[in-house]
Design a protein around this ligand. Structure first.
Ligand SMILES: NC(=O)c1ccc[n+]([C@@H]2O[C@H](COP(=O)([O-])OP(=O)(O)OC[C@H]3O[C@@H](n4cnc5c(N)ncnc54)[C@H](OP(=O)(O)O)[C@@H]3O)[C@@H](O)[C@H]2O)c1
Length: 330
């Protein structure tokens, strides 16, 4: 049996290119006692991957040159010599951008009976959904009637944050890169306002849509947009730094100039790393599944076919070409 893999060939400068990867095929090794063989059905494409391609360590070590690209995958056990894993079980984990993986079971999550399509466990019920849930509730601490502003709102994290904030009774405003995405946020996700940051004067629109000031900033974008948001904080504001989409492909990061606004707002800036909440994922999955069942929480997927399209998919994230959680169907 063959295993198709996306291997990191060289470290990108700026946006990752197809030439930064090798798409190769290797034989699947024989299982030994204590191992399982998983067929990956879906591979998640996440903005964080761009950082994982750099040398060194941030919150996680960079992928080695010649190694399979780190990626979350959802798959099924197709052979097992492990007492805890049965053939047919659905699993997720950091199984890599490859069609198959041999594992000793460590770090895998057994999904049990699926309550949603398998691919959802890479999106709204997976790592990005957990990021939205814990980032907003634990770091943003939203209170009903407060204003929550999401920079980068149409991605899987942002659209989920916005819907949870609505469930908690907040006013919700966010930015996205197309009118279609803005309409989706208002009409499907219940946002009060959505600002097309590529077309509108964001500074003016923030003031128009949030005259009371912003109580929770949920920032996925960083750069100059974060600076604008800092000048519009309400007293006691919480600024959650989740990501910096505008900066991942830059060789030099733009740091916030307006940080003194945190002082005048008597607020705080707080970072979220989703992996810190791993023990509490089941609690979030249970609550979010119930919201989904009650149609209070929705999601959208953008599925592309085949591991050959992995490099192109990574670029789509930074060009805004995905509309919904971007996933490769293996
Ligand atoms: N801290 C954590 O533990 C953690 C965990 C997961 C994710 N994150 C972070 O959360 C953020 C959102 O991730 P996601 O999975 O929701 O993303 P996603 O669904 O993949 O969304 C990507 C979207 O971001 C927008 N974007 C791309 N470049 C941009 C730029 N320069 N300025 C503004 N918007 C831009 C694009 O939409 P437009 O058309 O709107 O531009 C694109 O479609 C990322 O920063 C990611 O690194 C953090």
């Amino acid at each position: 049996m063959e295993n198709k893999q996306v291997v990191l060939k060289r470290r990108p400068v700026g946006m990752a290119q197809a030439e930064d990867f090798d798409i190769t095929t290797v034989a699947v090794p024989e299982l030994v006692e204590g191992q399982v063989l998983i067929e990956n059905k879906y591979i998640s494409l996440d903005p964080a991957m761009r950082g994982w391609m750099n040398a060194g360590t941030s919150y996680i070590k960079g992928v080695e040159i010649g190694a399979v690209m780190r990626a979350f995958a959802a798959g099924q056990v197709i052979a097992s010599k492990h007492p805890d894993w049965n053939e047919g079980a659905y699993v997720t984990g950091l199984s890599g951008a490859q069609s198959h993986v041999v594992s000793d079971g460590k770090g895998l999550t057994a999904l049990g009976e699926l309550s949603a399509p398998l691919s959802y466990y890479l999106g709204i019920l997976g790592m990005p959904g957990m990021t939205a849930y814990f980032g907003l509730l634990e770091k943003g601490k939203p209170v009903a009637k407060e204003t929550v502003f999401i920079a980068g709102a149409a991605g899987i994290v942002g659209s989920t944050v916005g819907q949870i904030a609505r469930i908690k009774g907040c006013k919700v405003v966010g930015t996205a890169g197309t009118d279609e995405k803005c309409n989706y946020l208002i009409n499907e996700c219940g946002f009060d306002h959505a600002i097309n940051y590529k077309k509108e004067d964001v500074s003016v629109r923030i003031k128009e849509t949030c005259p009371e000031g912003i109580h929770v900033v949920y920032d996925n974008v960083g750069g100059p947009l974060l600076d604008l948001l800092l000048t519009n904080l309400a007293k006691g504001a919480r600024v959650v730094i989740c990501g910096a989409l505008s900066q991942y492909n830059k060789t030099e990061f733009y740091g916030p100039k307006n940080y003194m606004k945190i002082v005048t707002a008597r607020g705080y800036i707080n970072g979220i790393i989703v992996f810190d909440y791993i023990d509490r994922y089941p609690e979030a999955v249970a609550e979010m599944s119930a919201w989904m069942e009650a149609t209070k929480l929705k999601t959208m997927e953008h599925i592309i076919e085949g591991l050959d399209n992995f490099p192109k998919g990574l670029q789509m994230l930074f060009n805004g070409d995905n509309f919904g959680k971007l996933i490769v169907k293996v």
